[in-house]
Ligand binder design. Sequence first.
Ligand SMILES: NC(=O)c1ccc[n+]([C@@H]2O[C@H](COP(=O)([O-])OP(=O)(O)OC[C@H]3O[C@@H](n4cnc5c(N)ncnc54)[C@H](O)[C@@H]3O)[C@@H](O)[C@H]2O)c1
Length: 360
Amino acid sequence: MANSQRIGIIGSGGIAAAHAAAYKKLPDVEIVAVADVIPGKAEQFIAGQQLPEAKAFEDHRKMLELELDGVSICTPNASHHVTAVDALRAGKNVLLEKPMSVTLEEAADMVHASKQTGNMLTIGFQPRYDPNMKVINDIVQSGKLGKVYYVETGGGRRRGMPGGTFIRKDLAGAGAMADIGCYSLDMALNALGYPKPLTVSAYTSNYFGTNPAYHPEASKFEVEDFGVALVRFENDLVLQFKISWAMHMDTLGSTLFLGTDAGLKVNPYGTGNWSGVWDGRVGEMKLFHDFMGQQTETPIPVINSGKDLFFEKVRDFSESVRDGRPAPIPGDQIVIQQAIIDGVLRSSALKREVLIDLPF
Ligand SMILES: NC(=O)c1ccc[n+]([C@@H]2O[C@H](COP(=O)([O-])OP(=O)(O)OC[C@H]3O[C@@H](n4cnc5c(N)ncnc54)[C@H](O)[C@@H]3O)[C@@H](O)[C@H]2O)c1
């Protein structure tokens, strides 16, 4: 297709298929290249996804020699840094899968590369495209809650542990706190306007993942399956962040915003072993406040938009590149939650509170 937007995909595993499906629905967008380090895997992906125009590569650097308007990075977390920086420095705009990186230094380096080159770095948090998130943001930012002083977010899966690359320290970097915790953090922090974190005190464990009774790959399980953290922010705000991939409990509760004038409760969406975490759509929402001197609870109607949130994130990236708009979910914002996750891992290793170092 002449003048169509040219897209490359790095990493052709599970989530790359969702990227390909989304790009294929967009007019004037063409996937022209796919790279995967496993020999033959990119070719297989191209055949399976029916992308006859696409070229296969083993080395992403070779792929980046092509003329491309945008690149989706769908590798395991540990390869996000090298692939994103190489893509940005090769003049490409980047849609990077979550979590942003393994270490804070890597995240900062990516932002630096984006700023230096002027190429877009956007992080793929599709829950942002749920219209209910706009409602939550509007409520929190309207001042209706008064001064927000305490937020609780995250949640718990009773039994929802991934395997493969997700449980290896060298490939994933961290476990549940980063894998699904990054969604909860993003939703809560985005509603709060990404305030500046100061300190964190955290605990993590992996009693379920390392137990063969609960995980088929227990001997390879190297990351945390549970974590809890208290994060202090500027302006007298604290956030309790708790996540589990597995536990003997039905719930770790809802997301709560406590303000001096009202409180907002957001329940996680869905039911079953893999639900219970604020990592996608929102469940019921309720405002707690006093009305005419009476303690009152007002349900907030949940919008069932039927939107494919994943498609919306890919479309937004593609259209932002096409129209020269800024990154929809900019790296220099998400680096803040990466600093929190970095603090969680340092604090749980040291078993004490640590300072959060923001690189910018
Ligand atoms: N947004 C979402 O809903 C969502 C869902 C699942 C996974 N993810 C994220 O997507 C990423 C990938 O997850 P997945 O489930 O697709 O993993 P996966 O293991 O199925 O696939 C990753 C692929 O990347 C390839 N790869 C590794 N290093 C590479 C490199 N340097 N260059 C090229 N290819 C490389 C691997 O060979 C593999 O084929 C992770 O960061 C994960 O957190 C996001």
